[in-house]
Write a protein that binds this ligand. Sequence first.
Ligand SMILES: [Zn+2]
Length: 147
Amino acid sequence: MPEPIVEIAHSEEFSASHRLHDPALSDEENRALYGLCNNPNGHGHNYELEVFVRGPVPASGMVMNLTDLMRLMREELLPRLDHKHLNHDVPFLEGIIPTAENIALAIWKELEEPIASFGEARLSRIRLRESRGNWVEVQAGPSTPTA
Ligand SMILES: [Zn+2]
C-alpha cells in the first residue's frame, strides 16, 4: 500500500483590482479575448488564497507549524497584494497579465523558498479563487521535489 500523503493548508483573503489586457493585441482583440475583464479602468475581486504544504509528519506531529504558514502569508505576502492594483502596484507581477493562473504561478514563486526554509515541508498546491465559482490551482509538477 502506498504511504498516505499529508497536506496542511491555510487560507487568507485579499482584495485587489486588475485589468486583463495584452499590449501585443489590438483593443478589439483584447475586448474579444478578455470581455468584461478588459474594462479600461480595471475592476476588483475578493480573492481567496489557499496554500497547501506537504511533508512528513515528524515528532512534533506537524507537517509545518500552521502559525508559521499563516504569518508568512499574512505578514510577508498579503501586504504586497491587498488593496493593490495588480497591473501597477506589485513588483512580482510586473509585465504579467494578471489572470488568476498567472497570479497563482507568481505567488508560487514567492512562497516556494520561504516555505522550504522552515524544514522538510514543501509547497504542494496553491488554489486561488477569483470568485465563488471560479478558481485555479497550481500544483507541484513531477520535477518539483516534494517531501
Ligand atoms: Zn477580473
